[in-house]
Design a protein around this ligand. Structure first.
Ligand code: SAH
Length: 243
């Protein structure tokens, strides 16, 4: 008892600290959602006058971005800024994640493909909105870490695959929506093939290390697509595997 009591008391104090930190993080996350909402309202080019939907904003509110970044700091995670996740890669600014998610028009029965898992944050947001999310990452350490993070947080409807996303993931599809989070000069043709008619692909199109056009491609018939550019963005390059 004499030995156990201080231990129990310090555990209670530890739990209290954790709860206080959780509450602080939730406040910072709620503030981030309001910032993102306000941006959405003023982004007529990207979204039209209606701004971001409550569904997407709710997914942002429910997803603990601080658990997807190396520092795990809430003040860093909930600023509307990109964050480095190591290996030369970054997790996008929350507004861009929200915008891409909104443009993909994800519904609860949808199967969604993401290219560029990175930290797994965008996949987690999509997992709140879709039935199934398949995501491909070309860098092994990032694919492994994202798999662990998503598993620990019980995102059971996300599958992570290590590989070059250019070829898509036919066995996981066909897809109602595709979100590509790395920049390339062209939309990979296999991704268009794996997109259902009526589906949308959202991707930064343009040269690496420069400004790209965030582009929404809609598949209107088996061999027909339309594309529109909605915003200027700067993404990390879409790299190709050598084999
Ligand atoms: N969506 C991520 C951010 C991604 S950054 C998040 O929410 O954290 C872009 C990612 O695309 C990087 O992790 C990079 O390694 C990956 N990537 C680049 N080229 C790729 C390719 N051909 N196939 C799959 N992933 C690729």
């Amino acid at each position: 008892m004499k030995i156990l009591l201080p231990l129990v008391l310090s555990m209670v104090a530890g739990a209290r600290e954790a709860t206080a930190q959780d509450a602080e993080c939730a406040r910072e996350r709620a503030d981030m959602v309001e910032t993102v909402r306000a941006y959405g309202r003023s982004d007529a080019r990207g979204l039209g006058r209606q701004g971001l939907s409550e569904r997407v904003l709710e997914a942002m509110r429910q997803t603990k971005r601080h658990l997807f970044i190396p520092e795990r700091s809430c003040s860093i995670a909930y600023a509307d800024m990109p964050v480095s996740i190591g290996h030369g890669q970054t997790i996008s600014q929350p507004y861009i994640v929200a915008l891409m998610t909104e443009l993909a028009e994800v519904a609860p029965d949808h199967v969604v493909l993401e290219i560029g898992t990175g930290s797994g944050y965008q996949a987690a947001i999509l997992a709140h909105l879709a039935r199934k999310v398949c995501t491909i990452e070309i860098l092994a350490p990032l694919a492994e870490l994202a798999t662990k993070t998503l598993r620990n947080l019980a995102y059971d409807n996300v599958s992570v695959r290590l590989g070059d996303g250019f070829a898509g993931w036919p066995e996981c599809g066909p897809f109602d929506a595709i979100v590509v989070t790395a920049a390339l000069g062209e939309v990979p043709p296999p991704l268009i093939e794996q997109l259902k008619v009526g589906g949308r692909l959202v991707m930064p199109v343009g040269a690496a290390y420069s400004i790209q056009q965030l582009t929404v491609v809609e598949k209107t018939a088996p061999d027909k697509t339309t594309a529109r550019a909605v915003a200027l963005v700067r993404f990390v390059p879409f790299t190709r595997s050598k084999n």
